[in-house]
Structures are given as structure tokens and as C-alpha cells.
Design a protein around this ligand. Structure first.
Ligand code: SAJ
Length: 432
């Protein structure tokens, strides 16, 4: 069977199914279609599927003209139903893996996708899980579902894990030119999936197992979360020491080896870095091991919004003002600069804390709609009048489009959590 499958892959006679048409699934679908494969996408969101089939692109990183052309040529088609799986040979699962309220893995999306696609799965197919998850998921969750239905993995069904490495907004690295890790449940699984992905992705990196591939992704993102936690704690230490943490990081960055700069901020946002390490933490807890760095980094990172609000309060008090009944302007709601994504954004946590202290909070984010609002806090137009009337202006996200000189000049007090005002001298600036 494997020989025939490898030949079909070589001749691109393999039909592709992509489950989940978000920032991971849609670019992957386009890459396969561009390479000459027929692709069917599945998403439970009817609006997404309808837009998709009209060639309306909703992912900024995807080339809209190319997408439209591929849809028009019938290379790309989307469905809300999984029935199209009966006509595909390889399925990549690119669904969300969030956390539940107790910060434990929410596997519901993976389980829902796996159970639905299994109804249509026949021998000779390839199943690849791409969603970031704990080490063991592919072998302990997906594999048993296949074996229960009589499939023999590595013989008549091929199963692997290949972590998504999509970095939204990254202009240099897209799906095609970001090296792809692949770990198979068996050597034949690895061989088949490596051959398939090598048709659309420039570099495919094999590892020894699916759990190794799952762990690679978690190392990548835990590395970031822990180092961001470290530099946030360094910022708190420097504050106590009366040292400018930004100067320290800039100077340390002159070391040509053995140092990699990370920068303090108002907290850890996004749908990857604050989330992924908890999948590892949870799994190790089930193995009676306490992943202390992950917990410590999480404590520090989730405390940063409190630290920022305390700095706002202390600074305003020193000016004879209080947070209560003062207008406080938050600049930048997105979780990182030059994006429109507010998921897990620390700015949201800062707003919650300020509202609790009785502040009148207004925000501005040029990447969000003018009708965007959160907890009654509206996305106001950034005017000189708004700057002047705000007792404190908090730079939460250092969008490149802001005129920081004008903001500083017209603000009563600036709390700069991102060193966005670097090089601007003014006594009204307080930095992290
Ligand atoms: N952050 C800091 N200090 C830093 C770096 C980031 O406070 O030095 C904050 C950001 O403001 C943001 C959060 O951490 O709130 C996460 O930022 P991020 O730069 O890690 O960006 P993400 O969440 O978009 O992470 C993605 C990840 N990509 C994938 O998971 C496939 C991550 O692995 C990438 O390394 C990262 O993009 C990237 O390098 O841009």
C-alpha cells in the first residue's frame, strides 16, 4: 500500500482535506492547491465557508488574488460537512487547542474533528494532526480511535504529528518557507507524511516520533514564555534598583554570542505563548512532575498587568491624583504591535483592573474598528483633546503608526510599557 501511496503523492494524485480554515489551515490549503493538489477545506463556521467559496480571503497572510484564482479554478472548495473526507486521501487537522477556565487543555476541538472525520475515513488514508497539543496526544488520543475502527496504523492508515509554525503577520516566514517538523507514529507514517509535505513545503524535518514532534513545538513556545517571564522579572528588579531595564537589555544585546534579547511588557498575550506551555504543564502533572519554570513564568507574566496598574496608581498619587474618577487612555489593545488580535491581550487585563479602581477608561487602537469596545470602554479616535484631558496615557501596544512625539507632547502623564518613547525626553514619561 505504501508504495502506491508514495507514487500517488509523487504524481500529486492525492486529494487533500484541511480541517479548520483559520490562520493555519487556510494558508496550508492554499499552498497545497498552488502546488497542484485538489483541496477541500472543512470548517464549522458557515460564514468562513461561504466567504471561502466566494474567493473572499479573510487571512491577511494569504495572497488574495491567488486564493481567488484557485477557488475559481475549483482547486479549493470548503464545506461545513465532513462528507468530503470520503474523497480525500490526506487530512490535516488544524483546529484550536485553547485552555478551559482552570488553564487545563481543551481537547474538544481535536476530539470533535477526529470523531467526525473517522465516519468517512477509509483504508489507505493519511491523517496529520497540526494543532499544538501535549506530548502523547497523537498516540494516546487519535491512534486508539483509529484502531477501534479496525485500522492498522502504518499499514492501511498513516498517522503523524506536524506542529503548525504560522507566525501571523510575519512578512519573511510563511507556511512554505518555514521548516516543518514531522513525527510519524510508525516509520512508514513518517515516510508518507514527509513525502507529502515535501511537495509543498521547502524544508521538512523528520523526528523520531509523533510525541517528539509535539514536544518540539512546546519547547519552542515554552522557551518564549519562560524568557519573557525572566525579562519581566528583570524589569521589576531594575525598577527596585533604580536602573533602566531597556538600557540594560540594549547593552546586553551587544554580546555577539550566548545572549538573546527579550523585552519586558504589560504581560503575555496571544493565542500561542500564554496557552501552549500549559499543555506541557498539565501533561507532566499527570506524570507526577511539577514543571516549575512554566508555573513561575506564568505567575510573573500574569502579574504584569497588576504591576502596571500599581505603577499608574503610584505615579498618579505622587502627582496628587487618583485613578478613581480620572480618565485613563490606553493606547494599543492588540496583544502585540502591528496586529489586530486582542486574544489574551494584557491591555484587557489592565482595563479590568482600572475599571475596578473606578477609572474612566478610554482606549485607542488603529487596528480595531471604531465601533469596537470592551466592558463599555470604547475605541476612541486619537485626538489632541483626548490626550490632553486624560490624566494618564498608557502605551500598552507599540503600534508603529503612532506619532509618539506628538503623544508625549500632549499628554499629562505617559506610562510606557514598551519603550515606545525611546529617545524622547520628557519628564512626563514613566517607563516599565
Ligand atoms: N512579548 C513580550 N516580550 C518579548 C516578546 C513577546 O512581552 O520579548 C509578548 C508579546 O507582546 C505578546 C506575547 O509576548 O503579547 C507573545 O508574543 P510573540 O512574539 O511570541 O508572538 P506570538 O504569540 O504571535 O507567537 C508566535 C508563535 N508562533 C507560533 O506559535 C507558530 C511563536 O512561536 C513565534 O516565535 C512568535 O510568533 C514570533 O517569533 O513572532
Amino acid at each position: 500500500m505504501i508504495k502506491a501511496l508514495l507514487k500517488k503523492i509523487e504524481n500529486k494524485k492525492i486529494n487533500i482535506g484541511i480541517v479548520g480554515l483559520g490562520y493555519v489551515g487556510l494558508p496550508l490549503a492554499v499552498e497545497f492547491a498552488k502546488a497542484g493538489f485538489k483541496v477541500c477545506g472543512i470548517d464549522l463556521n458557515k460564514t468562513k465557508v461561504s466567504k471561502f467559496n466566494k474567493g473572499i480571503n479573510y487571512i491577511p497572510d494569504v495572497d488574495t488574488a491567488l486564493f481567488k484564482k484557485l477557488v475559481a479554478k475549483g482547486r479549493l472548495k470548503a464545506y461545513t460537512s465532513y462528507s468530503c473526507i470520503k474523497d480525500v486521501d490526506a487530512i490535516s487537522i488544524c483546529v484550536p487547542t485553547p485552555l478551559i477556565k482552570t488553564k487545563e487543555p481543551d481537547m474538544s476541538y481535536i476530539l470533535d474533528a477526529a470523531n467526525k472525520l473517522l465516519k468517512y475515513l477509509k483504508p489507505g488514508k493519511i491523517v496529520i494532526l497540526e494543532s499544538t497539543t501535549y506530548p502523547g496526544t497523537t498516540e494516546e488520543v487519535i491512534l486508539p480511535l483509529l484502531e477501534e475502527r479496525g485500522f492498522k496504523v502504518g499499514k492501511n492508515i498513516f498517522l503523524a504529528f506536524s506542529p503548525e509554525r504560522v507566525d501571523p503577520g510575519n512578512r519573511d516566514y510563511k507556511t512554505k518557507n518555514t521548516p516543518k517538523i514531522v513525527g510519524g507514529v510508525t516509520p512508514h507514517c513518517l515516510k508518507v507524511v514527509k513525502a507529502l509535505y515535501s511537495k509543498v513545503i521547502n524544508t521538512v524535518i523528520p523526528v523520531s516520533s509523533s510525541r517528539s514532534a509535539e514536544m518540539v513545538k512546546l519547547l519552542e513556545n515554552t522557551f518564549r514564555a519562560v524568557n519573557i517571564g525572566l525579562v519581566n522579572e528583570i524589569a521589576v528588579m531594575c525598577d527596585r534598583l533604580g536602573i533602566d531595564v531597556w538600557e540594560i537589555i540594549e547593552a546586553a544585546s551587544t554580546k555577539p554570542f550566548g545572549f538573546m534579547p527579550f523585552y519586558p511588557g504589560p504581560g503575555l498575550g496571544g493565542h500561542c505563548i500564554p496557552i501552549d506551555p500549559h499543555y506541557l504543564l498539565w501533561k507532566l502533572k499527570t506524570l507526577d512532575y511539577k514543571a516549575r519554570f512554566i508555573e513561575l513564568a506564568d505567575d510573573i507574566n500574569t502579574n504584569m498587568p497588576h504591576y502596571i496598574v500599581t505603577k499608574i496608581s503610584d505615579t498618579m498619587n505622587s502627582m496628587g491624583k487618583t485613578i478613581k474618577n480620572s480618565t485613563i487612555l490606553i493606547l494599543g489593545m492588540a496583544y502585540k504591535k502591528d496586529t489586530d488580535d486582542v486574544r489574551e491581550s494584557p491591555a484587557i487585563a489592565i482595563i479590568d483592573l482600572l475599571l475596578k479602581k473606578g477609572a474612566r477608561v478610554v482606549c485607542n487602537d488603529p487596528f480595531l474598528n471604531s465601533n469596537w469596545k470592551y466592558a463599555g470602554v470604547r475605541n476612541a479616535k486619537l485626538t489632541l483633546q483626548l490626550l490632553k484631558k486624560s490624566a494618564c496615557t498608557v502605551i500598552c501596544t507599540n503600534h508603529s503608526s503612532y506619532d509618539y512625539k506628538k503623544i508625549v507632547k500632549n499628554s499629562q502623564l505617559i506610562i510606557d510599557t514598551r519603550n515606545a518613547t525611546k529617545g524622547i525626553k520628557n519628564s512626563n514619561i514613566v517607563k516599565l
